[in-house]
Design a protein around this ligand. Sequence first.
Ligand code: IVH
Length: 670
Amino acid sequence: MSAADAQARLIELRRELAKHAYLYHSLDAPVISDGEYDALWRELLELERQYPQWRDAQSPSQNVGAAVRQDLATVAHQTPMLSLDNVFSVDEFRAFDLRVRERLGRSGDIHYICEPKLDGLAISLHYRGGRFLMAATRGDGVVGEDVSASLAALASVPAQLQGEELPHELEVRGEVLMPRAAFLRWNEQAQEEGRRVFANPRNAAAGSVRQLDAAIAAERGLEFFAYAIARCSAPLPDSQHAQLELCRRWGFQRAAHIAQGEGAAFCEQHYAALLAARDGLPYEIDGMVVKVDALSEQQVLGMMTRAPRWAVAWKFPAVEVETQLLAVDWQVGRTGALTPVAHLQPVSVGGVTVSRASLHNIDEIRRMDLHVGDQVLLYRAGDVIPKIARSLSQAVPAQRLPITLPESCPVCGAPVLRPVGEVVARCSGGLYCPAQRLEALTHFVSRKAMAIEGLGEKWLALLVEQGKIRHAADIYRLQRDSLLALDRMGDKLADKLLAAIAASKATTLPRFLYALGIRSVGESTARDLAMSFMSLDALMQAREEALLRVPDIGPVTAQWIVSFFSQPHHREIIDELLAVGVHWPQPQAQQTLAGTYVITGTLQSMSREQAREHLLRLGARVAGSVSAKTAALICGESPGSKKTQAERLGVAIWDEDTFLQLLRQSGASL
Ligand code: IVH
C-alpha cells in the first residue's frame, strides 16, 4: 500500500469506525458484527502504528465509547471510565504479559486475576453512607448519562449496602446486562408485536437502561455485575480479588468463573476453560479480562489515554462462518406475524451445527440484498440461533433467486397484509388460521369480548389439542362429556362452564365485533363501528370509503376490516355463530340532527355559544345567516333581521321552548 493509499484508508477507517461506534453506542443499533468492527479497529491501530505522523487526537483510537445522548441528564465522572485494550491471540497476550513484567522490573510470574468480559453496558454506581445515590453510564469516558432511576429499580443494585462499618463514600463499577433468556423472550415478543428487535443483548441492555421510564430496565430482566471499586473513602485491600469479595459482601453479584493465579500460563489455561464454559452461561461474554491483581502494581503501571496498562481484554474469536442460503420459508406466529426463516447449508458455528437462522422481516432481507443461493456470513449474536450478518453475494448471479413476501399465508392461505408503514406482515385469516387458533379463541372468550368466565387459555389449549374446538362456534357445541373427559375437570366446573357459555350467547354488537379479533379493531373502534353501521350486515358490506367516515378509523384499520369480511371462511364462522344462537339487541341509535341551523336573539336558558355547541354535538351544522336551505331558525328574544328573512323564505322558526324540547328528545344533557 502506498503512503497516499494508507492515508486515504486511515481517514476512511476513522470515519467508518466513528459511524459504527455511533450506531452501536448511541443508537443501540449496530449494522455490522462485533468481529467486523474489531477487524476495522485493528486495521486502524496497525496503520496508526506504521504512520505515527498521521496520528490524530480526534481518532477513535484516542477516544472511549460514544457521545452521550442529549435527552438524559449528564454526570461528570470523578475518575475517567476507561476502556480496555484488546488482544486476540496467545502471542498478543504473551506480549502484554511481557510488557507488564518489564515495566514492573520483574523476572518472575505476575499475580493475575481473570474475569469474564461481560458483554453489556459499563455503569458506575455511587453510594453515600451505605445508601444508593446515583448511577451513570460510561458515555465518552469523562461525562456519562444519569441512569439512576433505571438502575435503582434493579434487584441486583442494592438500595442499602449490607454489613457494618460501611464506607461513607463508595463508587462501584460494573456491567449491566440482559441475560440471554430475557433477551430471547423480549425479541420473540417484539417480533410478534411488530416492535423493534434488538441486534444483541448488549444493545438490548443499553436501550433498556437509557429509557425515561425507569421501570423498563427491571421489567426486561436486566442485571448488574460489579467488577471494580473506583473510589472508596475507607482503606481497601491491595488486591482486586479481595475488593471483589468486599463487593460481594456488600450485596453485589459478581460474574461466575473469576479466578486468580500466577503468570501467563495460568491465564492461558483459564481462557480455554472460560471459552468452553461460554455457551452454558446465562449471559453473553465476549472474552476474558486479565488484570494485574495488586493495586499497588496497577498504580506503578498506570494508564494510557484510553486504557490502563495493567489490564487487557483477551477477546474470544468471533464466531463467524460462511455458508450458503438454500431457501427461505415463512413461519406464522400466534398473532399471525410472518417471520422469514433461512435454511442454510449445515455448518458448524462455535461447535454447534446450524442449518437455520431467523431473518426478522422482509426489510432486513432487502437491506442485506439477500437472495436464495447467496454465500452468507453467519455469526452468533448472543442468541442461541445464529444470525446472517450479510450476503457475500459471490454466487453466480443467474443462480440468485429473489426472496419475496408471500401473498397468502403458508398455513391457511388467507391473504397476507402489510399495511403501509408497518414492519410486520401478517396473515389476515385470524379466526380460522390454525397457527393463530389458540390466540384467536382466547381473545374471543375474554372479558371484554364474549366474556365466557372460566374458559381460559389453559382449557382452550386442551380442547384444541383434543380436536374438540377448531373454531369459535365449536365452543357453543361443546358437550358435557367432552368437558368431563379433560384432566382435572369435575362435574361442578363443567356445569359452570356450560352455563357461562350459554349465557354469553346474549351479547351486544360491539362485543361481538371486538370478539372477532379483527386486527386493530379494539374495544372502542368496535363500539364506533356498531354505532355507525347499526348492523353486522351493513358493516360486512361496507367499503373502505364508508369505513373511513367512522371517527378514528384510518386507512390501515379500514383495510383490515374489509379484508376480514371479504374472506369466505370468516363469513362461514360468523354464520355458524349466529346459527348456534349468538345474538344481540339492535343498537340504539343516538338521534342526530341533520341540516343547518341559525340562532338569533337572546336565549333565557343558555348563551348563543352554548346553544351552538349543543347543536354541533348532535351533528347539526350552525350558520350565521338564513338561506333557503336552513333547517330552522332558533329565535330568542329581540330577534333581528334574520327572523324577517326566515319568514320571507318560509324557513321554520322555533322559539326557545321548542328548541329545548328538541334537545331533550335528542338526548342532549342540559
Ligand atoms: S474493567 C479500566 N472488567 O469492557 C478498565 N471491564 O472494553 C475498566 N467489561 O468498559 C474495566 N467485563 O464495560 C472490566 N470484568 C470486567 C469487564 C469489563 C466487561 C467492559 C467494561 C469496559 C469494557 C472495555
